[in-house]
Design a protein around this ligand. Structure first.
Ligand SMILES: Nc1nc2c(ncn2[C@@H]2O[C@H](COP(=O)(O)OP(=O)(O)OP(=O)(O)O)[C@@H](O)[C@H]2O)c(=O)[nH]1
Ligand SMILES: [Mg+2]
Ligand SMILES: [Zn+2]
Length: 365
């Protein structure tokens, strides 16, 4: 029997012999793979992958154990990451249990920019925001990330729209929690079109219905204009509505045949566009009060959504995903100063870790 491994991007099982190890090369692995499959000379993952740590401790004889440790150390020193033949990280091949978050939202809601911003925060802080969770990106993703950061944050070039049908892979981070537990965190970005139809949600199935949490991004430009009937605040932008929540929940429920039971974080993206946020400072220093801070933020954002005419979205979220699993957050991938760039403001991600931390808080088991 050939063992297989699921690539959650391709939604396809590959024989493990086809999963390859890729080192940091400075080039985006997706480009490196092209249409012809893995780059020349990429070793099978089975030869270079680091084995789960508990396998090492189990060898009975000291010498054998010693050799296993040496092997494991050598493999880890190689800095290889597991990739499918199409150039996606195979998160299930990593030693730590995956935690997969799907980022959903309308076309242009900032999903791709948000993913980039989360990776940027992790890369620069070495932890998940102000939490006590230590975080680092996969070595093969660091250089391509840096290139993207320069083009978005230094040169002000927005990311291209994600083509329909493409599940763009986000970044994979290794997390270590305060209690020593480790998880591999993956964030998947779905194109905006998917959320418009239940069928599409159900079809893109696998990664969505095996997700450990969902973050729904809402663009303030899509909030209803209080002075106009059926109009978002900015003409030409899709309205944010409860239908998105129902499409997601229905799609998952149709695919799994079960009531949806994952943390659902409704996050206002581009929160720099809303000027009248109440002051709420994050705790400084040792991140012990983070949970309370996130819960308070959740209430603030929930009230803001209601004030902005989005009470139906709030109600839909609470009823479909359950009040105990639903929270609210705000993020700005480009920074709260974004609108004031001409006046000395700077561009940097703001609070993008918050929905992730909430999802982990509610969904980590
Ligand atoms: N003001 C502001 N604009 C943002 C922010 N993040 C992204 N944008 C802009 O919003 C637009 C859409 O961003 P994307 O990240 O491509 O959105 P998306 O949801 O991935 O879009 P699709 O892939 O087409 O569905 C771009 O022009 C971004 O520059 C933000 O934090 N603040
Ligand atoms: Mg996109
Ligand atoms: Zn793949």
């Amino acid at each position: 029997m050939t063992e297989t491994m699921l690539c959650r991007h391709c939604l396809k099982d590959y024989p493990t012999s086809q999963i390859v190890g890729v080192q940091a090369t400075g080039i985006d692995p997706q480009t490196l793979f092209g249409t012809d499959g893995p780059p020349e000379g990429a070793p099978p993952w089975s030869e270079v992958g680091s084995s789960p740590t508990d396998a090492v401790g189990k060898s009975a004889w000291w010498r054998k154990k010693r050799r296993a440790l040496d092997d494991a150390a050598t493999k880890m020193g190689g800095g290889y990451d597991p990739y499918c033949p199409k150039g996606h990280v195979v998160i299930d091949a990593l030693a730590d249990k995956p935690f997969v978050i799907t980022i959903a939202g309308n076309v242009g809601a900032a999903k791709s920019t948000y993913l980039l911003a989360v990776a940027a925060e992790i890369y620069t802080a070495g932890r998940l925001g102000i939490t006590s969770t230590v975080a680092s990106l996969l070595p093969s993703q660091v250089d391509p990330l840096k290139q993207k950061l320069v083009s978005v944050y230094n040169d002000g070039q927005p990311l291209p729209p994600t083509p329909e049908g493409e599940i763009h892979e986000g970044y994979v981070a290794r997390l270590q929690f305060e209690n020593g537990e480790r998880r591999s965190l993956a964030l998947y970005d779905v194109p905006g079109e998917v959320i418009r139809s239940v069928q599409k949600v159900a079809q893109s199935g696998r990664f969505l219905y095996t997700s450990d949490a969902i973050i729904l991004l809402l663009d303030p430009d899509g909030f209803p204009d209080p002075n106009a009937f059926l109009k978002p605040a900015v003409e030409g932008v899709e309205m944010a509505g409860p239908q998105m929540v129902h499409n997601l929940a229905d799609g998952i429920e149709q695919a799994t045949g079960q009531r949806v039971k994952v943390p659902f974080i409704v996050a206002i993206s581009k929160s720099d566009k809303i000027v009248d946020w109440p002051a709420h400072a994050a705790p400084i220093g040792f991140p012990a009060e983070v949970q309370k801070y996130l819960e308070d933020e959740s209430d603030i954002v929930r009230n803001m959504l209601v004030a902005q005419g989005l009470e139906p979205v709030v109600t839909a979220a609470l009823s479909r995903f359950g009040a105990e699993r639903t929270r609210f957050a705000r993020v700005s991938a480009l920074g709260m100063d974004y609108e004031h760039l001409g006046y000395g403001g700077s561009m940097k991600p703001d609070g993008c870790w918050r929905p992730i931390a909430l999802a982990l808080l509610l969904g980590r088991v």
